[in-house]
Write a protein that binds this ligand. Structure first.
Ligand SMILES: Cc1cc2nc3c(=O)[nH]c(=O)nc-3n(C[C@H](O)[C@H](O)[C@H](O)COP(=O)(O)OP(=O)(O)OC[C@H]3O[C@@H](n4cnc5c(N)ncnc54)[C@H](O)[C@@H]3O)c2cc1C
Ligand code: HEM
Length: 397
């Protein structure tokens, strides 16, 4: 339990973390992977190299220190961390390892003058409190998924039943449980965790479910990332009939309970969760209007166009708009609705005049930042503009 004096010490380190938080977490990850290599497979090393993951953790720690007196204010952040942890199977036994490296990093980065025994003790108590909170919340998620119909705990083997090329760089994988048992439903927008072994090394990655729940299979759709370990392995090595280890669906990017018109706005492979959302909304009764806006570099890399066009032909309430960065007029069929990048004028023209709508968007970070700014400028309330990151969460401002 934290004493009032320890709370004060933790709060007093906020300004220090604000300026040096990232250096601290970068050092922390160095120590963690050196001293506890068994946790390395859980982390995507590309997120370490880009600095995104240290930044996300620094943000988490900072928010925590700031709100140490009112932890309920952290609710949404805690839920986001819990979902990410659950999808990668962070377990209680991992927490002491992370705590050990974090305290050591604080000691080494701040130096003996600032990181006195009292400071370290305060942070040890604070970390213990936060760890207990997360362990408890994660245990509840694991228990709930294990107990639900078709649910399971940890990794479950799934066979690749079908592999489907969707564009020059995106391929879908249809996954059926090897045990042929029932399949846990999920919320459109959620994602799976995969545990793969590539060249003898274990790695874990998340992939959004790109088709609504159907009780038979899960579908994920993977973009080949240049030099990417998991995506190239999936594209080139994994074949129909192969078995993959899958963690249960998780994630807090979900459709809100609402009857407002809905805008699904995606860039590139960010289309995947919006497809599951699209399926779900169109399957629901009523005539809720849907605006599906997709941006791609060009027609070659535009995935699922035929599928979405077929839905638009069947559902009058679905309006579809495509925006390509480049398009050759000579290509004939398949012209987009706009050429160039998405911008405020295009969104203004494509979305309904009454901006009281629910928007869901996902794509590369600059795309997301632009969409967020434009939706705000067009009068879509922030609380109705929801998004997900295909990597560590980051500020969009
Ligand atoms: C919630 C969520 C949902 C997702 N859904 C999808 C989805 O539906 N479809 C999809 O395709 N992806 C999705 N992703 C992304 C996916 O999890 C992987 O990050 C993606 O497939 C890339 O993984 P990889 O192993 O192929 O590449 P990585 O090996 O992780 O590499 C990624 C990139 O970083 C570069 N890189 C790697 N290491 C370094 C280094 N040390 N220094 C510099 N550069 C480096 C690589 O060359 C590559 O270009 C999702 C991610 C999240 C978090
Ligand atoms: C109190 C302790 C912890 C805090 C405050 C914390 C916080 C966070 C935060 C803020 C994120 C980013 C979430 C996002 O991107 O949306 C994250 C991701 C993650 N955490 Fe934790 N975490 C803690 C403990 C742990 C432990 C014990 C492990 C297991 C070794 C772990 C493994 C991970 C992994 C694997 C990710 C995703 C990394 C990636 O994208 O590559 N965390 N955590």
């Amino acid at each position: 339990m934290l004493t009032p004096a320890q709370r004060d010490i933790v709060k007093s380190t906020v300004p220090l973390l604000e300026t040096g938080g990232e250096a601290l977490t970068t050092h922390f990850y160095g120590l963690l992977f050196r001293d506890h290599p068994e946790v390395r497979p859980l982390f995507n090393q590309a997120h370490q190299a880009s600095g995104d993951q240290p930044r996300a953790l620094a943000h988490g720690v900072l928010m925590y220190a700031r709100h140490i007196d009112e932890l309920q204010a952290l609710g949404p952040l805690v839920q986001q961390i819990v979902q990410k942890h659950a999808a990668l199977q962070v377990l209680p036994e991992h927490y002491p390892l992370v705590g050990d490296s974090l305290l050591r990093a604080i000691r080494e980065v701040l130096g003996p003058e600032i990181a006195t025994d009292a400071v370290i003790d305060a942070w040890a108590a604070a970390y213990g409190m936060l760890a207990d909170l997360l362990i408890g919340a994660e245990a509840a998620v694991y228990d709930q998924k294990a107990a639900a119909p078709g649910g399971w705990r940890g990794a479950r083997p799934f066979r690749v039943a079908r592999k489907q090329r969707e564009s020059a760089e995106i391929t879908s994988f249809y996954l059926e449980p090897v045990d042929r048992g029932p399949l846990l439903d999920f919320e459109p927008g959620q994602y799976l965790g995969l545990r793969l072994v590539v060249d003898g090394q274990e790695i874990r990655r998340n992939y959004s479910l790109s088709a609504a729940p159907n009780g038979h299979y899960y579908r994920i759709s993977v973009k080949r990332a240049e030099g990417g370990v998991a995506s190239n392995h999936l594209h080139d090595v994994v074949q129909v009939g192969d078995v993959l280890e899958v963690f249960p669906p998780a994630g807090d990017f979900r459709l809100a309970d609402s009857h407002r018109p809905i805008a699904l706005i995606s860039g590139g492979v960010g289309i995947t969760p919006t497809l599951a959302m699209l399926d779900a909304v169109l399957a629901s009764p009523g005539d809720r209007p849907v605006y599906f806006i997709h941006c791609a570099r060009n027609a070659e890399v535009h995935a699922f166009r035929a599928d979405v066009d077929a839905l638009a032909a069947r559902h009058a309430r679905l309006r579809v708009f495509y925006c390509y960065e480049q398009h050759d007029e000579d290509e004939g069929d398949g012209a987009p609705h706009a050429i160039g990048r998405i911008d405020r004028e295009r969104l203004a023209a494509w979305l309904p005049a009454d901006r009281d709508l629910d928007a869901y968007f996902l794509g590369p970070k600059p795309f997301m930042a632009q969409v967020r700014r434009d939706l705000r400028a067009l009068g879509v309330p922030d609380a109705q503009a929801r998004y997900e990151f295909f990597g560590p969460a980051a500020a969009l401002e």
